[in-house]
Design a protein around this ligand. Structure first.
Ligand SMILES: [Zn+2]
Ligand SMILES: [Zn+2]
Length: 136
């Protein structure tokens, strides 16, 4: 790896970190679209490598997968729960584990919850769309 490559990668890593602060959660494809506004020539492979590196360094967390099952990154590296819109796949951070786990634990008896929780439903915007679609 030469100095030029190193420089380029850190430049893209910084751009990705900035974009993630705004987006909160994003797939490589979404990040590629944002980065191309700043660097029109950036390739999908470069974004892929940069996010993998940031995740490896613990600077990006992993969020529940996107619409097509693609990997999605999280700007918040502290483990947390999520709300996910079932229509547009928007993610929102939520911290509900401490409140709901004891309740769920009772319902599932001897089984044990692993990992963090994802609550699904409709986001504010999709709620309006769905209402219009059914003509309510
Ligand atoms: Zn939605
Ligand atoms: Zn999150």
């Amino acid at each position: 790896m030469n100095i030029e490559t190193n420089f380029r990668q850190s430049k893209y890593c910084t751009a990705i970190e900035n974009a993630m602060q705004t987006l909160g959660h994003a797939t490589n494809l979404e990040l590629l679209a944002v980065l191309r506004e700043q660097f029109p020539d950036v390739s999908a492979t470069t974004v892929h490598r940069a996010t993998a590196r940031l995740a490896q360094r613990g600077q990006l967390g992993l969020a529940p997968a996107g619409r097509d099952g693609s990997m999605r990154y999280d700007a918040n590296v502290v483990p947390h729960d999520h709300f996910q819109c079932q229509r547009c796949f928007m993610l929102r951070d939520a911290d509900i584990r401490d409140v709901v786990v004891p309740v769920i634990q009772v319902a599932i008896a001897d089984c044990e919850i692993g990992g963090r929780l994802v609550i699904s439903g409709l986001c504010k915007i999709c709620k309006t769309f769905v209402k219009e679609e059914v003509g309510d």
